[in-house]
Design a protein around this ligand. Structure first.
Ligand SMILES: N[C@H](CCC[C@H](N)C(=O)O)C(=O)O
Length: 279
């Protein structure tokens, strides 16, 4: 494995899910190759490739494939809905099927391709208990004792959702970092700002833990839709307008389904020297 990396480099794909931007590395049939240092180096938009998340595909005994997610600061994410949809599309095309199962830190998930080409994934049930999000102390997750009266929801990763009159007007870079690192969130948090723009229709903007501003966030869309329903703002089926595209969330009996577009943008190879220098 090290031989092929040091001789031919490391192939990757660039994929987009509603503007959420991913580097995908397919490590099926060999061991996982990612390290925090290599993830940070690839994630650097000037010195590497740049991504919102890096997704590494692994071989799984119990599902069609496994997935591990990295943020551009070298931390791991327990969930990434849009990368799950993108990678599922890639694996389904390779296997010639329209449905797959995959294993993430959250457990086994199911994904499928719809007739219109969009890809859906069941992200599992929302985590509403403060211990699961996780929060640092026992508080009502539907009304956090923080500025703006936000909601906390876990989707395999933590989310802090704030409903505002106009998400457009929020200074994400100004307020995102403070929310991300609020002591109430011991593992930091992703931050969503959302406003109702029509019946079951939300505008959302995102500050992601470990990455910053992104054009969309699938687990964030799920958490936002769940929070909107619990607050009485919407039904269980919600359309969300992110900066990079439209996502649909359907909170069903069996879990929170996330649907949206996927695109494979380009394929590349990280040079052997780059990999060796950062691994
Ligand atoms: N973009 C991803 C979520 C990344 C979350 C990550 N920033 C974390 O640390 O949890 C999505 O589509 O769900």
């Amino acid at each position: 494995m090290m031989d092929s990396l040091s001789q031919s480099g490391l192939p990757f794909m660039k994929m987009h899910g509603a503007g959420n931007d991913f580097v995908v590395i397919d490590s099926r049939g060999r061991g996982a190759v990612m390290t925090p240092g290599l993830a940070r180096a690839i994630g650097d938009r000037n010195r590497g490739v740049g991504f919102d998340q890096l997704a590494e595909i692994t071989t799984s005994d119990s599902a069609d494939f496994g997935l591990v997610f990295w943020n551009s600061d070298g931390s791991q994410a327990g969930a990434c809905g849009n990368a799950t949809r993108c990678v599922s599309d890639h694996v389904m095309r390779g296997l010639g099927v329209d449905r797959v199962t995959l294993v993430t830190a959250r457990g086994t998930l199911r994904a499928e391709r719809l007739a219109d080409g969009r890809v859906s994934v069941n992200m599992g049930p929302p985590q509403r208990d403060w211990r699961e999000v996780p929060l640092a102390q026992a508080v009502d997750t539907l009304h956090l004792p923080l500025a703006g009266d936000p909601v906390a929801i876990g989707m395999g990763n933590p989310h802090c959702i704030r409903f505002v009159p106009d998400a457009e007007a929020v200074d994400l870079a100004g307020v995102g970092p403070g929310h991300e690192r609020d002591p109430l969130f011991p593992q930091r948090t992703n931050v969503e700002f959302a406003s109702l723009i029509g019946p079951d229709h939300l505008r959302m903007r995102v500050w992601e833990r470990g990455t910053g501003i992104t054009l969309a966030c699938g687990s964030g869309a799920c958490a936002t839709a769940v929070a909107a329903h619990l607050r009485g703002l919407t039904g269980r089926h919600v359309v969300l307008e992110a900066d990079g595209g439209t996502l649909e969330v359907d909170w069903r009996e069996d879990g929170v389904w996330l649907t949206g577009p996927v695109a494979r943008v380009f394929d590349g190879v990280l040079s052997p020297g780059f990999v060796a220098a950062h691994r």
